[in-house]
Design a protein around this ligand. Structure first.
Ligand SMILES: [Ca+2]
Length: 399
């Protein structure tokens, strides 16, 4: 059976998660829903025995429900057709209990601060170079984050090796993602996921379809896994655990990597397996590199579109004066990446696995921060010989 829980070891650090363990831990083997159904059946039978023959007899649970006054949606979303429609859908498509859902949706609390955050006017970046990449990089690639990453790696070396054997993703990329996402679990978020998802699903029109889907998945998850949907905490966007998985990612990619029968996004071992499985599921190619520095001649590169979505042949780039610092297969398609570094633009070529990292977060800078943190972790822990030893050809070392 699948479970979502917060491990005991994290309680001291995650006070706001304390309720998660209390509420979810008890659901491991005996979901309360099963008990209450049995109790209802028993009480109906008992009621039938007591009711005089002249009175109408309640013969089944459905009739009992019909007789009971309907539970009406109240609270902040009472007047929201989208909230009522989602309840209807969860009942119709997923077979969830209407009264239970209505009570839960009546307790939702809109988070105005999230709406303020996501509705902030977009400020177009000043024409560069302004050093934006240098500032971004400095947030994630620090001596402290490298030290802590190496410690996390050492502590979970066996799980990381197992994840590489199963999914083909090297430990340093898994550690780097967890490092960038949550500082190795130190910052997993402290907001009630259900309220965050509801706020974005019902009051953020630009992404409401996406967040309605995530809220739907989350409610189904809570039902299937047997946890109280008001317990899990996460980021303001509803991302959970060490790897900051959205509910849909949990459904598709989370794995029970320590074999205790639970997929636990807050458990380092399950998080390691789940992050590696996520990258594997998005098409990670074992043994291939991620990105390589490029040299540029002339000014043509500056006029080219450059981000992780672009695709150029190396020969076309070479004609425009953009060349890889290490030899690559001449037929390989790459993306052109332009980093607004202090002192001038820096150019890189993104390989397939760079694109795979952007499936975690659709941003060139994000994927490059993961790549460079991974590289720093690898060098710190293993020096430069690791790739020659582990990958054989040593073709990745220049990356
Ligand atoms: Ca587990």
């Amino acid at each position: 059976m699948l479970q979502l829980r917060v491990p005991r070891m994290r309680l001291s650090a995650l006070l706001s998660c304390a309720g998660v363990l209390a509420a979810l831990g008890g659901c491991a083997s005996d979901p309360p829903a099963a008990k209450s159904e049995a109790a209802t059946e028993d009480s109906v039978v008992a009621a039938e025995a007591r009711v005089p023959a002249s009175r109408p007899v309640v013969t089944n649970a459905a009739a009992a429900e019909e007789a009971a006054p309907p539970v009406v949606l109240t609270g902040e979303y009472a007047a929201y057709p989208a909230a009522r429609a989602l309840v209807d859908r969860l009942v119709r498509v997923h077979g969830l209990d209407r009264a239970e859902l209505t009570r839960a949706f009546s307790r939702l609390q809109r988070q105005e601060w999230i709406l303020d955050l996501v509705n902030r006017p977009h400020v177009s970046p000043a024409p560069g170079p302004t050093g934006a990449w240098t500032r971004y990089r400095a947030r994630f690639i620090t001596p402290g984050r490298i030290d802590q990453g190496v410690r996390f790696w050492r502590e979970h070396a066996r799980s990381l090796e197992r994840a590489e054997a199963r999914y083909g993703v090297p430990p340093w990329y898994v550690v780097a993602i967890i490092g960038v996402e949550t500082h190795y679990g130190a910052n997993v978020g402290r907001h009630k996921v259900i309220n965050c998802l509801a706020t974005l699903a019902f009051d953020f029109p630009r992404r409401s379809d996406y967040f309605r889907g995530e809220l739907e998945t989350f409610m189904v998850m809570a039902h299937d896994e047997g946890f109280d949907p008001f317990e899990p905490v996460g980021s303001y966007a509803g991302a959970m655990g060490l790897g900051q998985f959205m509910p849909s990612s949990f459904g598709r990619f989370a794995v029970d990597f320590d074999g205790d029968g639970r997929r636990d996004l807050w458990d380092p071992e399950d998080a390691i397996g789940s992050v590696a499985n996520y990258l594997h599921g998005q098409g990670w190619r074992a043994g291939e590199g991620v990105a390589v520095r490029a040299d540029t001649r002339g000014g043509a590169a500056r006029a080219l579109k450059a981000d992780y979505t672009t695709s150029y042949s190396l020969s076309a780039l070479a004609r425009l004066g953009v060349t890889s610092r290490i030899p690559l297969d001449g037929r390989r398609e790459v993306s052109l990446l332009r980093l607004d570094a202090r002192g001038g633009y820096q150019y890189w070529l993104g390989l397939h696995n760079f694109y795979v990292i952007t499936r975690y977060n659709h941003s060139t800078y994000y994927a490059m921060a993961v790549h460079q943190l991974a590289d720093a972790l690898r060098k710190r822990r293993h020096g430069s010989n690791i790739l020659t030893r582990r990958e054989g050809a040593g073709a990745l070392s220049p990356f």
